[in-house]
Design a protein around this ligand. Structure first.
Ligand SMILES: [Zn+2]
Length: 374
């Protein structure tokens, strides 16, 4: 089945599903992994819920239903083919349902601008959530509100204890996609100690932390896609960021970094982003979860592509602006929690990251999750 492959083209799925990549993929995965039967999910209600979620994704260049489908496919791949689910050692079906639902809704009704923009402009979501991850809080709350309606409440026959666990997981997983939240995640030594044993029973907190990392990596999953697909995602992200820049210009606000369409955007800073953020993170992650190594391999290939382009353009690499002193504003960025003791990951886990890189990283996740650009 196509969704099992590491290299996935969600744009193609959007075409063949006639504009329904998210609901089509979600229903197929839930059925294929026997989650519908196991949790006694109402198929008709589930189908209506999936379509309602998909319809709630605006046609943003980047934060659209196709992106959500792409993230969903990546979490599935990491949990199954990458064997992360097995390593968690708990009830894999609960974990799977939680990450699937999280991926499904993680950018629901995304406004195409970042959290800082919402806060600066006094958007109603910023007011409602007191400036705390307004976009992410909205994704979650709005999605669960759909279940208030009988016709879309697919959980009616599911054990209430399971529902409670799933809800708690989904809330924590989607909130973690805000880079500012992720930056403060504690480091759990037990997971690092697992090394490459490939087995282990984690306690609930550690399992949750791991699933948060799966979500975060998947939200940037295009970095490990085939070159042409990855490039297309970066171009779409750039356009979305430029559109926010346009709004900022129109509102008389300072234009955020990488959002000024008269200057270089994210397509010109990929090499530095890979070298300083993406690759260290993936390297640290795959040191523990070796089943996900293909993601790192492909990301390295993509990095080579950007390095070559930078070379041809006569740019230094890392790109200007991606080096310098650590940001006072953000402080050192703590990289993926479970990886702090990995051989290759230790240095990366404590390495300070420059303000420009933080901005770049946040810009990458430009929606459901990451901070600065969100
Ligand atoms: Zn996202």
């Amino acid at each position: 089945m196509a969704e099992d492959g590491w290299l996935f083209d969600a744009f193609q799925l959007a075409e063949v599903s006639q504009g329904r990549p998210l609901s089509t993929l979600a229903f197929a995965l839930l059925r294929r992994m026997h989650l519908i039967a196991h949790f006694q999910l109402s198929e008709a209600r589930l189908a209506r819920f999936l379509c309602a979620i998909e319809d709630g994704y605006p046609s943003n260049p980047y934060h659209c239903r196709t992106h959500a489908a792409d993230v969903l496919r990546t979490v599935h791949c990491m949990m199954t083919r990458g064997k992360v689910g097995k390593m968690l050692g708990g009830d894999q079906r609960v974990d799977l349902l939680a990450v699937y639902l999280s991926a499904l809704i993680h950018d629901f009704e995304h406004k195409g601008v970042n959290n800082q923009y919402l806060i600066t402009t006094g958007d109603e979501l910023a007011l409602r959530y007191n400036d705390h991850s307004p976009m992410e809080n909205h994704h979650i709350a709005a999605a669960f509100q759909l279940m208030l309606h009988d016709e879309t409440n697919f959980f009616t026959n599911t054990n209430s204890k399971v529902r409670e666990v799933i809800r708690r997981y989904v809330i924590e997983l989607v909130l973690a996609t805000d880079m500012k939240q992720a930056g403060s995640l504690p480091t759990p030594p037990p997971l690092a100690n697992m090394g490459n044993k490939g087995q282990g029973v984690m306690d609930d907190d550690l399992r949750l932390l791991t699933l948060q990392m799966v979500m975060k990596v998947s939200d940037l999953g295009h970095l490990a896609h085939a070159k042409d697909v990855h490039r297309r995602w970066v171009q779409l992200l750039e356009e979305e960021l430029f559109r926010q820049g346009d709004l900022e210009v129109a509102a008389g606000l300072p234009v955020s970094p990488l959002m000024d369409r008269t200057k270089a955007g994210v397509t010109r800073s990929q090499a530095g982003f890979f070298s300083l953020v993406c690759l260290p993170q993936l390297q640290a992650f795959t040191t523990v979860f070796s089943g996900c190594q293909p993601m790192l391999d492909q990301a390295r290939e993509n990095n080579q592509m950007w390095l070559e382009e930078a070379r041809l353009q006569g740019e230094a690499s890392p790109a200007p602006g991606l080096s310098g002193s650590p940001s006072r504003r953000y402080g050192p960025v703590v990289l993926p929690p479970m990886l702090s003791k990995a051989d290759d990951g230790e240095e990366a886990a404590t390495a300070p990251v420059t303000p420009a890189v933080v901005e770049r990283a946040e810009g990458e996740e430009a929606g459901a999750a990451e901070g600065q650009r969100k």
